[in-house]
Design a protein around this ligand. Structure first.
Ligand code: N01
Length: 551
C-alpha cells in the first residue's frame, strides 16, 4: 500500500496524490503516479468496486459502441496479451471483468477506498494541499488532486410532477439495480431514445408484457452487427497491437478506422449509396467516416441522413411509426450516434408502442402510469428513465470543489466550464481533470483519450517535482484562448446544430449552453498538448518552492 504521508490531529490521511474515481481513468492514473513516479497515491470511489461507468450502467442491453479490441488499455503489451474479448462489441459485464482484471494484474485495489463519495474538495493555500471530505465524514488531503469521475456519471432524472406518487417501480439506466429488474409480465414505459434507450428497448421488449417507448426526439441509429469474435480475429488483434495503437493515435476520433479522404460530393449518387450500404452492412460507428465532410458540410451530411432515414422506413412496417422514428430533426452524428441491435425492428413487435411526446408531452406521472398533456393515460408497472446525464460537468460540480480564496468551481463555471486543454482551470492549483470539458473525450474512443490525459498529467506532475515547483494552474489568458478555440472547433462542424444535445448542456434545465467537448480531433489535441509540455508548459503558471511547503 502507498504510504500515507501523515495523519494530522483531525485524522486526515495525507497522500501525495488523491484520485477520484476508479474507472478506466482512475485505474491508469493510480498506476502511473504510484508505480511510475513512486508517489503515495490513493483512489476514492463512490461505488463498491472498480469500473466507473461500467459499474453503474447495468441496464439491459448495456454494451460499448467502440469495438472491443480498441476499447482497452494499450499502454501495456502484457495487459493486451493477457485478455481476450468474446464479442465485437463488449457487454457491460465483460467490460467490468476486464477492468477488474486490470486492477488485479496491476495490484491497484490495495490503494483504493470504495464506498467513499467525495462531498467536498477544498484548496488549502497555506498548506498547499487539497482537503477532501467524503459523505460519511472521512478526511483526506493531498498535494495533487486528479478527478477521474467520467463525463457521463451524474444521472439526469427529469423533474416530472407526480413521480413520487407512482405506485410502481422506476429506475434510471445509469443507476440500474445490481440484482437486475424483473420485467417479465410487466407493462414497462421507457422515456428517452438516446444511445441508452436504443440499446435497452429491444431487450426490455423481449421480456416485458408490453413496452411503451416515449420518444421526444427521433434518433439515427446504425446496426452494430455484433457477433462473437473468432480465434483468428483475436490472434490478429494481438499480433497487430502496435499498428492498431498507431491507427487510434492518428485519427480524429481515436477509433482504429480512418476518416474517409473523399467528399460526399466527389462521387455520384450510385457510388455514394453503395458506400453507405457497405458501411450499413458492416455495422458500427464507421459509417460516419464514409466521407471526410459528413460532419462539416450540410449537403454532404444530408446524403448520410437520407440514407439512414430510408433504412428506418424500410425496417419499420407500420408507416405511421416509421415516419415518427425517421423524422430526425438534426443532422446525422451531431448528437452522439447510437449503434443498435434490433432497435427499429423492435417496433414491429405486437407488444411495443411508440408514443410521440414531442407532439403530446408528458404532463405528469400518476400513481398508475404516465399522463400526457392531451389527457391520454399510459398505465405502467415500471418506468425506465433512459434520460441521460448531467454530462461533463455534473459529476465534477457535485464534489463541491472550492479553489483559491474560497472560489467555488460552480461559481467559476457559472456561465459554462472554462479550462485550458480541458485539463486544468485557473484558480484551482494542482487540480487535474481527466476528460474534462474542453477535451475531446466523449467525441472519441474513450480509452484513447484517457491514456493521453493520464500520461500528460503524470508528466506534468513529474515536471513539478523535478523542478521543485509546488503548484501548477493555467493563466486566465490561456484559458480564454482555449475556450475560444473549443468554440471555433465546434463551429467548424455541424454539431452545434443539434440544439438539444447534451454536448451543449441543453438536456439539463438551467445549465449554461456551451459546447463542452473539443471537436478539433484527438490527434490534433494530442499534438497541441505535447507542444504545450515541450514549451515548458506554456500557458500554465508553475509556482512556489516545494521544499518550503509544509508536508
Ligand atoms: O442519454 P441522452 P443516453 N421527456 O442524453 C430523452 C453514452 N452512452 O443515456 O433528445 C422526454 O443521449 C432525450 O430526449 P431529447 C453516449 O455518449 C454510450 O442515451 O432531449 N424525453 C433523449 O432521447 C451517449 O450519448 C453507450 O428530446 C426526455 C434521452 O432522453 C451518452 O452516454 C451506451 C426527457 C436522453 O438521451 C448519453 O446517452 C449508452 C423528458 N423530460 C450511452 N429528458 C455506449 O455504447 C430526456 N429525455 C458506449
Amino acid at each position: 500500500m502507498s504510504e500515507v504521508t501523515s495523519r494530522d490531529g483531525a485524522g486526515t490521511q495525507v497522500f501525495d496524490a488523491l484520485i477520484v474515481g476508479a474507472g478506466f481513468a482512475g485505474l491508469y492514473q493510480l498506476h502511473c503516479l504510484r508505480d511510475r513516479l513512486g508517489l503515495s497515491a490513493h483512489v476514492l470511489e463512490a461505488a463498491d468496486g472498480v469500473g466507473g461507468t461500467w459499474w453503474w450502467n447495468r441496464y439491459p442491453g448495456a454494451r460499448c459502441d467502440s469495438e472491443s479490441h480498441a476499447y482497452a488499455f494499450y499502454f501495456s503489451d502484457e495487459l493486451l496479451q493477457s485478455w481476450d474479448w468474446s464479442e465485437r462489441y463488449p457487454q457491460q459485464p465483460e467490460i467490468l471483468r476486464y477492468l477488474n482484471h486490470v486492477a488485479d494484474r496491476l495490484d491497484l485495489k490495495r490503494d483504493m477506498t470504495f464506498g467513499a463519495r467525495v462531498a467536498a474538495a477544498e484548496w488549502d493555500g497555506a498548506a498547499t494541499l487539497w482537503r477532501l471530505r467524503t459523505e460519511d465524514g472521512r478526511r483526506y488531503a493531498a498535494r495533487y488532486l486528479v478527478t477521474a469521475v467520467g463525463c457521463l456519471s451524474s444521472a439526469n432524472v427529469p423533474d416530472i410532477p407526480g413521480l413520487g406518487d407512482f405506485a410502481g417501480e422506476w429506475f434510471h439506466t445509469g443507476t440500474w439495480p445490481h440484482g437486475g429488474v424483473d420485467v417479465a409480465g410487466k407493462r414497462v414505459g421507457m422515456i428517452g431514445t438516446g444511445s441508452t434507450g436504443i440499446q435497452a428497448a429491444p431487450v426490455l421488449a423481449e421480456a416485458a408484457a408490453h413496452l411503451t417507448v416515449f420518444q421526444r426526439t427521433a434518433n439515427y441509429s446504425i446496426p452494430a452487427r455484433n457477433r462473437p469474435l473468432d480465434d483468428t480475429f483475436k490472434a490478429w488483434a494481438k499480433a497487430h497491437a502496435a499498428e492498431i495503437r498507431q491507427a487510434m493515435h492518428s485519427t480524429p476520433n481515436g477509433h482504429p478506422w480512418p476518416l474517409g479522404e473523399r467528399s460526399a460530393h466527389d462521387v455520384d449518387d450510385a457510388e455514394r449509396e453503395a458506400l453507405y450500404r457497405a458501411a450499413w452492412e458492416k455495422g458500427g460507428l464507421a459509417l460516419r467516416a464514409t466521407f471526410r465532410d459528413i460532419l462539416t458540410d450540410r449537403a454532404a451530411n444530408a446524403t448520410a441522413a437520407a440514407f439512414i432515414k430510408a433504412r428506418i422506413r424500410e425496417v419499420v412496417k407500420d408507416p405511421a411509426t416509421a415516419a415518427l422514428l425517421a423524422e430526425v430533426d438534426h443532422p446525422f452524428a451531431t448528437k452522439r450516434p447510437p449503434i443498435d441491435t434490433g432497435y427499429f425492428e423492435t417496433f414491429n413487435r405486437d407488444n411495443v408502442t411508440l408514443v410521440d411526446v414531442r407532439a403530446d408531452p408528458v404532463e405528469r406521472i400518476t400513481p398508475t402510469g404516465v399522463r400526457l398533456r392531451s389527457g391520454t393515460e399510459h398505465p405502467l408497472d415500471i418506468i425506465v428513465f433512459a434520460t441521460g446525464f448531467d454530462a461533463m460537468t455534473g459529476a465534477l460540480l457535485r464534489m463541491n470543489v472550492t479553489g483559491r480564496d474560497g472560489l467555488p468551481l460552480a461559481e467559476a463555471w457559472a456561465a459554462g466550464p472554462r479550462t485550458h486543454l480541458g485539463l486544468q482551470a485557473a484558480g484551482f492549483p494542482n487540480l487535474f481533470i481527466v476528460t474534462g470539458p474542453g477535451s475531446p473525450s466523449v467525441l472519441t474512443n474513450m480509452p484513447v483519450a484517457i491514456e493521453q490525459h493520464v500520461e500528460w498529467i503524470t508528466d506534468a506532475i513529474a515536471h513539478l517535482r523535478a523542478t521543485g515547483a509546488a503548484t501548477m494552474e493555467p493563466t486566465e489568458d490561456a484559458m480564454d484562448r482555449w475556450v475560444a478555440h473549443v468554440n471555433d472547433a465546434a463551429n467548424a462542424t455541424l454539431m452545434p446544430e443539434a440544439g438539444h444535445s447534451w454536448y451543449l448542456g441543453a438536456n439539463v434545465p438551467g445549465k449554461p449552453r456551451v459546447f463542452m467537448p473539443y471537436a478539433g480531433g484527438m490527434a490534433r489535441y494530442r499534438r497541441i498538448c505535447a507542444e504545450v509540455a515541450a514549451n515548458g508548459y506554456e500557458g500554465f503558471v508553475l509556482a512556489g518552492d516545494r521544499a518550503r511547503v509544509p508536508a
